[in-house]
Write a protein that binds this ligand. Structure first.
Ligand code: HEM
Length: 426
């Protein structure tokens, strides 16, 4: 039996979801239970699950099939290329994944602590005081710098400036619907007409690639360094493969972390009891980061494209369909997280992460940058709070807005900052 779901036509389900993703999925959950089918326009049906246990069953398909890469390929390949862990599957995926894992392990990224502190401090010093501004963009400046300096290993100030501008343009150009959603054949046609968004995207991509290939050549000539690129250059990967993985880490790693940080502040500034315990209580800071990612997960789903039918309790999901957790709903399971609406970092103080905590997905495709993201979030929250007193202009929680595969604060985490006068300046 196929999991139940709304009978509304696919265009109506799609429009409802785009307009109110959490409301739509919550309603489906209430009406149909923990496993339900949604139909989006232009895609195979998608089965969502809402408990950690069911999510584990889906992630187990990573062992033999479950093509997470193919699920993302069409819309990501123009940007990340054909050699990216995001879009590869099977042996080709594993060949790359096992090379990316070691430099991004907790022990390795711990060595970046002081440099992240330095990058954050330099940016925070430029924030406006005494007038409202939005944290989302400011956080993205920091997380972009982290990727460019600690992952790509770029130190030259002029080159950093040029890349920042180009990458901003590249992200904007690749985000336009015509690039992300156009079928490959249409893309090929658009590439030949210089005024189309796709042709513009290709020009910016070529400019970024020229810098990256030059950087790779320079570093091959002078080996060494502590950045992730240094480690990738020691592997058997070719230049194009390394370029593709660098862009992959950039794409997967900087907006997500910036959005996670924006949500952490959005919640913290509306929960004074929690804020008061920061930033010097390290275990509590770690729990705050985990609780922020639970209550406001950045990525709302991590689906698998099934290459064999999947049994989920009484249901069977056909091959060729998507299946995966609705991460916000799994994180709201009251059995796993009592009083799920409340921002309560204490729940993460004893013991390791809960099986139902999955802001970074799961299975073998679990986010390769999770340890770097968690470290960045801890360090950046601490550095902000040590230097500034933040407040909000409006106590009402910010709504969740869908941008691509992420949910971000609708007002981009609007705050006012003042220089800190008391304590917290250790
Ligand atoms: C708070 C920040 C972040 C969040 C919420 C996040 C979330 C996720 C999620 C949900 C997935 C899909 C996992 C799955 O399919 O089961 C993923 C995959 C991935 N993430 Fe992250 N991520 C974050 C930061 C980063 C960073 C900093 C990097 C890189 C430096 C990164 C690189 C990747 C890559 C390469 C993949 C694909 C892994 C694969 O398919 O093998 N992410 N991430």
């Amino acid at each position: 039996m196929i999991p139940p779901g709304p009978r509304l036509p696919a265009p109506v389900q799609t429009a409802w979801f785009l307009n109110d993703p959490i409301g739509f999925l919550t309603r489906c959950h209430r009406r149909y239970g923990p496993v339900f089918t949604v139909r989006f326009l232009g895609f195979p049906p998608e089965v969502y699950v809402t408990t950690g246990e069911l999510a584990d069953q889906v992630y187990r398909t990573d062992q033999g099939g479950g093509k997470a890469g193919e699920a993302r390929r069409d819309f990501l390949e123009p940007l990340v290329g054909v050699h990216s862990v995001l879009t590869l599957d099977g042996d080709a995926w594993w060949q790359h994944r096992k090379l990316l894992n070691p430099p991004l392990r907790a022990r390795q990224v711990a060595g970046y602590h002081d440099e992240i502190t330095r990058i954050a401090a330099a940016r925070i010093a430029t924030w406006p005081l005494g007038r409202p501004f939005t944290l989302r963009e400011r956080m993205q400046e920091i997380t972009l710098d982290v990727i460019l300096q600690l992952v790509f290993g770029i130190r030259d100030a002029g080159r950093l400036d040029r890349l920042r501008v180009l990458l901003q343009r590249l992200m904007e150009a690749s985000g336009t619907m015509s690039v992300a959603m156009a079928p490959p054949k249409l893309r090929d046609r658009m590439a030949r007409v210089p005024v189309t968004p796709y042709a513009r995207f290709l020009r910016v991509r070529a400019a970024v690639d020229a810098i990256l290939f030059d950087e790779i050549a320079r570093r091959r000539a002078e080996p060494g360094g502590t950045d992730v690129l240094a480690r990738l250059l020691e592997t058997e990967m070719g230049d194009q493969e390394i370029r593709d993985e660098l862009i992959t880490m950039l794409l997967a790693g900087h907006e997500t972390t910036a959005t996670g940080l924006s949500w952490a502040f959005e919640r913290l500034l509306r929960t004074p009891d929690v804020l008061d315990r920061l930033p010097d209580d390290e275990p509590y800071l770690d729990a705050v980061v985990k609780e922020a990612l639970r209550l406001r997960p950045v990525v709302y789903e991590a689906p698998r494209l099934l290459d064999a039918p999947l049994r989920l309790g009484a249901y069977e999901v056909p091959a060729g369909w998507y299946a995966g957790p609705s991460i916000p709903l799994v994180h709201h399971d009251p059995v796993a997280f009592p009083a799920p609406e409340e921002f309560r970092p204490e729940r993460f103080l004893d013991g390791g992460p809960h099986r139902s905590w999955m802001p970074f997905g799961g299975g073998r495709r679990f986010c390769v940058g999770a340890q770097l993201a968690l470290l960045e979030m801890r360090v950046i929250i601490r550095e902000v709070l040590r230097r500034l007193e933040l407040s909000v202009t409006d106590q009402a929680p910010e709504a969740r807005r869908l941008t691509g595969v992420t949910l971000s604060p609708a007002k981009r985490a609007r705050v006012i900052a003042r220089a800190r006068t008391l304590a917290r300046t250790t």
